[in-house]
Design a protein around this ligand. Structure first.
Ligand SMILES: Cc1ncc(COP(=O)(O)O)c(C=O)c1O
Length: 350
């Protein structure tokens, strides 16, 4: 049993192989079991996880993939890197995730998959999305990079679609001390395919049966993640308690607060409010010593880099991008520090 990160470093750096060591296999086993899925396949980062998952499902040139208009860009980027086409669907007006009611109008004979992003830790509407996917025989790749441990009706995100991609970027709810990522799936042949793609198409050492790539999780990251996995539930619970306090204290102010349906277990990777005076509010909070951030200042669908796929029909995401503001929230945030943020919000907005 590892008692501290220092002991862990000594164990891994001095005794294990630095890449693909015992700790990687062991973390994959523990993460698969945490997720309740039979396979976890580690890789170098969350963007690779999305791209490898898409490739594993056979998605490529000529295919269309539905992606949320708002979120981090990796989903749309991974689709483009495979020469497939991202098709943007707007956000739900009350949430920050894919609006299932807007999906069907975007499905064509070339649509192969949907990538819901569980943005900010809020589960996307997976029952609706999976029903649509089933009706139109589409694959579902869940982007769980911001939602480790989130669930709907007790079923974890990452367990709804065909395969899920996780990032363990250091700031995530489960974060490494560098880059790392993983896929989880219940499908053994898909798992094997993804494992091969992530390792130069190898089935055993020096036997390459397809073109793959190098996307490895290093052993130190795996050991750190395995250690930190044991704290994830408590950290998520602390985030939820902080979020509940914000919601209760800020509900009287003229801002829009994050929503959470009765069945959702939102793990508040970020606590994101909306204000029509966002830029002023951010500046004023900054002057009072409260650091905030914008996730993200431009909807993915509006980014120049995706201009060739732009359809100008995602107004909710575009509007939200002008109003979003993330308040300080992380497990180590002290009650009195949060009290000060609340006090400043009241001072500025009442
Ligand atoms: C929603 C989402 N998807 C994908 C990624 C990509 O993960 P990584 O940075 O590990 O490539 C991130 C990381 O920021 C993310 O927030």
């Amino acid at each position: 049993m590892i008692s501290s990160l220092q002991t862990l470093f000594d164990e891994v750096v001095l005794k294990d192989t630095l890449l693909g060591g015992k700790a990687v296999i062991s973390f994959e086993k523990d993460f698969a079991s945490y997720q309740g899925r039979s396979h976890a396949i580690s890789c170098a980062n969350g963007t690779d996880a999305l791209e490898i998952a898409l490739r594993g499902l056979g998605i490529g040139a000529g295919d269309e993939v539905i992606v949320p208009a708002n979120g981090w860009m990796s989903a749309a980027e991974a689709v483009c890197l495979l020469h497939a086409q991202p098709v943007f669907v707007d956000n739900h007006p009350d949430a920050y995730t894919l609006d299932p009611k807007r999906i069907e109008e975007k499905i064509t004979s070339r649509t192969k998959a949907i990538i819901p992003i569980h943005l900010y830790g809020l589960p996307a509407d997976m029952p609706e999305i999976c029903a649509l996917a089933q009706k139109h025989q589409l694959k579902v790749i869940e982007d769980c990079a911001q939602a480790h441990g989130a669930s709907i009706g007790g079923k974890k995100v990452g367990n709804w679609g065909d395969i899920a991609a996780f990032s363990f970027y250091p700031t995530k709810n489960l974060g490494a001390i560098g880059d790392a990522g993983a896929m989880v799936t219940a499908d053994s042949s898909l798992a094997e395919m993804c494992r091969q793609i992530a390792s130069h198409g190898q089935i055993t050492r020096n036997q390459h049966i397809r073109l793959g790539r190098n996307s490895r999780m290093d052993t130190l990251q795996a050991a750190v993640l395995q250690y930190k996995l044991g704290f994830l539930e408590d950290w998520n619970a602390r985030r939820r308690a902080l979020a509940a306090r914000y919601t209760d204290a800020l509900k009287v102010l003229p801002i829009q607060l994050p929503v959470e349906k009765a069945d959702d277990y939102h793990i508040y990777h970020l606590y994101v409010i909306q204000s029509e005076r966002r830029d002023w509010l951010m500046d004023a909070l900054g002057k009072l010593g409260v650091g905030t951030a914008i996730h993200y200042p431009q909807a993915v669908a509006d980014m120049p880099v995706f201009s060739q796929y732009r359809q100008d029909d995602t107004p909710v995401a575009s509007k939200q991008a002008r109003q979003l503001l993330s308040l300080p929230l992380y497990p180590e945030l002290e009650d009195d520090e949060q009290g000060y943020v609340i006090e400043c919000m009241h001072k500025l907005l009442r």
